[in-house]
Design a protein around this ligand. Structure first.
Ligand code: ADP
Ligand code: MG
Length: 654
């Protein structure tokens, strides 16, 4: 580091900070990207290093040249050529560019992407922020490769942290994807350059996701027919109909201006049209991957068991020093048996699978080492102690909270780590001595870092381990959830419930992430856990009620959680019969609002036994429950389908 003199900070992205620096010996101006190692697993670091390796071998006029990379104790540093500004900055100043002015930039981008794809490298994060423009007006791609080192779910999440404005529909749907996803993003960037805004924009991520998946692109009349034709080809929602490389290069809008189509020595570049048999093979490979992912999901518990056995041997005799603090005592005792980390099976993408990559990492490689897990737990405890003693300084720091929530989204994190993190994040709200203004600052940081999104991502990972997937869930799965997973799930939902009630922004973040990560079937599954873990159902029912009360426009989200596609709805009669008074009262409150906003779902859930049960609750000893039950009956009696129920009731009386 001492070889460089830092001149100024030029950018900050999701991975690190980028500085303009001067090399002390040659006086050369270069850029330094500094990525902090803290909070990353060994696996992530290994991956980042190998990405540096890949980047070092890429040489193209339209790709930022990497010069060097090195590591300090705490950071990975990448040295690249320096560029004055990025396209995002230019568009923020000029709003939009004429086709004539944009054309050279478009050709540069196509040339760069052609080079990457013919070398079998996907970018996966194309956006104006990652397009740099030199003083001579040459466009250069930066920040590629790193996205590849992330697991898929994390990639979606990183985008939630930004906005998935440029993300292809297949990426949003978490379907297998290939280089065509980059061509979609390229289409979005070109569109934004010419029109002044990306093809789909809105402040709500939930809405954005809906638009990207289902809505047609709006075509301003001033676009030339050739330009519009090119964009229509790139912005095809179905990746198999998107413009292919050979057709793209010949497109009349580009007038043969794309230069520097460097030939690659790779035997199967992604830029060549597939033959009929290759296309068939690819399709069947895609199907196979989907199938494998499903099988892997189903087969996980056994795998968990296997890893458990292996890890226990490693951990034996590795006890930790207990820290004496009454409220944390119980947690501490559990530290003696630190659980191993269990990973989610990753859906390998077609492109990755066909590359000459080494086979995907084995489970042991993808896990944090036990030592790392222990260190984390001790660190989290110490942080909890600080908060208990009234010191919330680190909890108000964005970088600290980012680091902690990053660990939540780590596929290798043990349930215990998730549980502890949720405890730590909840602590400022209950610990003595935290002032209102401190709490306000902390809430602001939690909103900015999107703590709720990360918590819900952790919930997804925890339920993956439970052996369910978005498309495949069933009530019988609870037997597969371990005690630790349940504890972690409970902690996560308690905190999410607390947050969504404390601030409307958390609530809307919750709705966004549930839609984006397809979490409704998971939440449905957890609602069915009311017997083993009534607390889970309690918090969920309370969150769903709050959505209907505050944001009834998201009622379909509640519908989906209560009765997801391909699944029978919740049997509220069983939930009520379980006999927990608080759960009964909250369920009645939810049913009241559902009668108003989710009429269809209420109709299909309503049956005579349920009706009679709620009718009886009108005479319960608890006044709250009596009133809530009374209101449900009153509202339901006004619904059109009720005639049927009432005639059944009459029949019974006869
Ligand atoms: P991240 O992976 O964190 O998004 P990037 O590599 O995209 O990091 O860098 C973040 C920002 O820093 C970019 O959007 C850009 O504005 C600026 N930047 C990155 N590389 C350079 C460079 N070589 N020269 C000048 N600015 C750069
Ligand atoms: Mg970037």
């Amino acid at each position: 580091m001492e070889n460089y003199k830092i001149l100024c900070l030029v950018g900050e992205g999701s991975f690190g900070r980028v500085f303009k620096v001067k090399k002390r010996d040659t006086k050369e101006i270069v850029a330094l990207k500094i990525i902090r190692k803290c909070g990353r697993t060994q696996k992530e670091l290994t991956s980042l290093r190998s990405e540096c390796e890949i980047q070092q071998h890429l040489h193209h006029r339209n790709i930022i040249q990497m010069i060097n990379s090195f590591e300090t104790e705490t950071e990975i540093v990448v040295v690249t050529e320096f560029c004055k500004r990025d396209l995002h900055y230019i568009l923020s100043k000029q709003t939009y560019l004429s086709e004539e002015v944009a054309l050279p930039i478009i050709c540069d981008l196509i040339s760069a992407l052609y080079y990457l794809h013919s070398n079998r490298v996907l970018h996966r994060d194309l956006k104006p922020q990652n397009v740099l423009i030199t003083e001579e007006g040459v466009a250069k791609l930066c920040d590629f490769g790193f996205a590849r080192s992330m697991s898929r779910g994390t990639h979606v999440l990183t985008s939630i942290k930004g906005t998935p404005l440029y993300m292809a529909p297949e990426l949003i749907e978490e379907s297998p994807y290939d280089h065509n996803a980059d061509l979609w993003s390229l289409g979005c960037i070109i569109y934004e350059m010419l029109v002044g805004a990306p093809p789909f924009t809105t402040n709500s991520i939930l809405q954005l996701v809906r638009m990207i998946r289902y809505e047609p692109v709006h075509w301003p009349l001033y676009l030339s027919p050739q330009c519009r034709d090119l964009l229509q080809g790139l912005l095809h929602k179905d990746p198999s109909h998107r413009l292919s490389w050979p057709r793209l290069l010949k497109h009349p809008f580009l007038q043969g201006k794309v230069s520097d189509l460097s030939a690659s020595g790779v035997s199967l570049p992604l830029t060549k049209e597939l033959s009929a048999s290759q296309a068939l093979a690819k399709e069947s490979q895609k199907q196979d991957l989907v199938h494998k992912a499903e099988v892997a999901n189903q087969g996980l518990p056994q795998k968990i068991q296997h890893i458990l056995d292996k890890e226990k041997k490693l951990l034996r005799g590795d006890g930790l020093t207990a820290i004496d603090l009454e409220t944390l005592e119980q947690k501490l005792s559990r530290l003696q048996t630190v659980e191993p980390q269990v990973t989610e099976p990753e859906v390998t993408t077609v492109s990755e699978a066909t590359q000459d990559d080494p086979p995907s990492e084995t489970d042991s490689e993808r896990m944090a080492t036990p030592l790392e897990a222990e260190e984390w737990l001790v660190f989290l405890q110490q942080s909890m102690m600080e908060v208990m003693q009234g010191d919330v300084e680190s909890m108000s720091e964005k970088s600290f909270i980012t680091m902690v929530t990053n660990a939540l989204t780590n596929h290798g994190a043990a349930p215990k780590i998730t549980e502890y993190i949720a405890c730590l994040l909840a602590l400022p709200y209950v610990a003595p001595g935290v002032t209102k203004s401190e709490l306000r600052t902390i809430t602001k940081v939690y909103i900015e870092v999107k703590v709720v999104s990360s918590l819900m991502f952790a919930l997804k990972l925890l339920t993956n381990r439970a052996g369910c997937s978005a498309s495949h869930d069933s009530v019988s799965e609870h037997s597969k959830v371990t005690v630790d997973q349940l504890l972690a799930l409970e902690r996560v939902l308690v905190l999410v419930n607390q947050l969504v009630h404390s601030d409307q922004v958390f609530l809307s973040q919750f709705c966004d992430v549930v839609a984006l990560l397809h979490l409704a079937p998971r939440l449905h599954l957890l609602l069915n856990f009311h017997k083993s873990k009534p607390r889970l159902a309690l918090d969920l029912v309370s969150i769903l009620t709050h959505i209907l009360r505050q944001m009834p426009e998201n009622a379909n989200l509640v519908d989906n959680c209560v009765q997801p596609e391909l699944s029978t709805g919740i049997d509220w009669h069983l939930v009520l019969k379980f006999g927990n008074k608080t759960l009964q009262t909250r369920t009645c409150l939810l049913l009241q609002l559902m009668a108003r906003y989710c009429t269809q779902t209420v109709q299909s859930a309503w049956h005579i036994k349920l009706h009679r049960y709620i009718d009886a609750l009108r005479f319960d000893s608890s006044q709250d429950l009596r009133c809530a039950a009374e209101d449900v009956i009153e509202l339901v009696q006004d619904l059109p389908f009720f005639d049927q129920i009432s005639s059944q009731l009459d029949d019974e009386l006869l």
